[in-house]
Design a binder for this molecule. Structure first.
Ligand SMILES: [Zn+2]
Length: 414
């Protein structure tokens, strides 16, 4: 183990030609080349950042406290995907996928020779299988909306899923193009807004791939994953951005968990009809503003003169965060390109931003499925009215200006 600190900010004169160049958008993993962001083989690194997103900081603590050998390398025995995905034609278009590595799940097999030769290459996608069980699914069975078939859905409420965890891998030139900005501006702001965490962003313009320290996504697939990418396969989908308070704890100020559960129901129905259902769960808490900002906004909404009401819903967020939303749905369609999906037959979402991003990326949305009115919690009426008034797609009619001015949210002490 070396006692030196290895600075990666400059290429240290190890020759002009990198040993493992990345050709983003190449049609095979071998032509594209491995993405090497590991710290145990610094001479091979051809990407900025490191694996596991924000969890890299815990790895640092584990090494610092003596709990993890800094030279540890993963043993990939029996870790290969439980279901295969791709390759799809979209993978060889460098502009289609810019925020994940389409070959990220194939690393252990596609680069077995390089790994055996000592290069530390790690997967950024893992695919496994599980059963999920939620009280809402049992209630839907009880109400007769869902029918167990012993294949997709069982009598006890278990639903069979294939699930994939996907870490972000950003191809910086493609990302800049997607946002219509200069790559240099993107790099500079990533460098500055992380407190200078990754100097290579500004010193190593030859490194085009960045593994950002952010949360990734989890994909839950109902039905046969291998049917995706075929034009005849019908697809239902819910793209859900994380809301821990509602999703996990059932907090009732928003419609997140009810919409998620409804989306899963729509997905199970589609799978039972021979199609495929997809729930894509993005770690973008509180519109990617984070939970601290979110709770500050809740207080500001509930304490403002006139009470918590729809007409000031977005303004209260903007006062605290400076923006209404930082989720950037522009990158969201990448996962559909990865899955080979060109058409979504049933789309369980009311967000005009998500819908617009899909259409922009050439993905057809056949039917938009709004959340049924009876699933909206009472305290979430403020959010719902504000969104509908702002042009979100919904089953309920837009409310009047008088309605929008009415306090509908619960007070802080109630
Ligand atoms: Zn929520």
């Amino acid at each position: 183990m070396s006692a030196h600190i290895v600075l990666t900010s400059h290429s240290q004169g190890r020759g002009e030609k990198a040993a493992h160049p990345i050709h983003w958008g190449a049609a095979t993993p071998q032509e594209r080349g491995p993405i090497i962001a590991s710290l145990t083989s610094p001479v091979h690194r051809n990407a900025i950042g490191t694996h596991s997103g924000a969890y890299a900081i815990y790895r640092a603590l584990a090494v610092a406290s003596g709990n993890l050998d800094r030279d540890h390398r993963p043993d990939f025995t029996d870790t290969t995907p439980a279901e295969s995905v791709g390759p799809h034609p979209q993978w060889s278009d460098p502009a289609s996928i810019v925020s994940l590595d389409p070959y990220g799940h194939m690393v252990a097999s596609a680069f077995a020779a390089e790994i055996a030769a000592g290069v530390d290459i790690r997967p950024t996608i893992a695919i496994t299988k599980a059963h999920i069980n939620m009280p809402e699914l049992r209630a839907a069975i009880q109400a007769g909306r869902l029918k167990p078939d012993g294949r997709i859905l069982f009598e006890n409420g278990d639903a069979r899923v294939t699930k994939a965890a996907i870490d972000p891998v950003w191809y910086l030139p493609g990302l800049a193009e997607r946002f219509g900005i200069k790559e240099s501006a993107l790099r500079r702001n990533l460098f500055e807004q992380t407190g200078g965490m990754f100097p290579e962003l500004v010193t190593r313009s030859d490194l085009k791939v960045f593994l950002p320290p952010i949360g990734g996504m989890t994909l839950y697939c109902f039905g046969e994953m291998s049917e995706l990418g075929k034009p005849e396969t019908k697809v239902a989908c819910r793209v859900h951005d994380e809301c821990n308070g509602s999703d996990v704890f059932g907090s009732d100020i928003c419609t997140c968990r009810p919409y998620l559960a409804h989306g899963i129901e729509v997905c199970i129905e589609m799978a039972q009809q021979g199609g495929v259902g997809l729930v894509i769960y993005n770690r973008k808490e509180g519109r990617a503003l984070g939970e601290v900002t979110k709770f500050l906004v809740y207080n500001a909404r509930k304490r403002q003169v006139g009470g918590d009401r729809a007409e000031t819903y977005f303004a209260r967020t903007e006062c605290v965060a400076g923006v209404q939303d930082m989720r950037f749905q522009e990158l969201m369609p990448d996962v559909f390109h990865w899955l080979g999906v060109k058409r979504i037959d049933r789309w369980a979402s009311m967000s005009n931003m998500k819908h617009g991003a899909l259409v922009e990326q050439g993905i057809e949305v056949v039917e938009r499925v709004p959340i049924p009115d009876e699933l909206i919690p009472a305290d979430a009426r403020v959010e719902m009215d504000a969104k509908v008034a702002a042009g979100y797609f919904s089953a309920i009619a837009p409310v009047s200006a008088i309605e929008l001015a009415l306090p509908k949210g619960r007070g802080l002490a109630e």
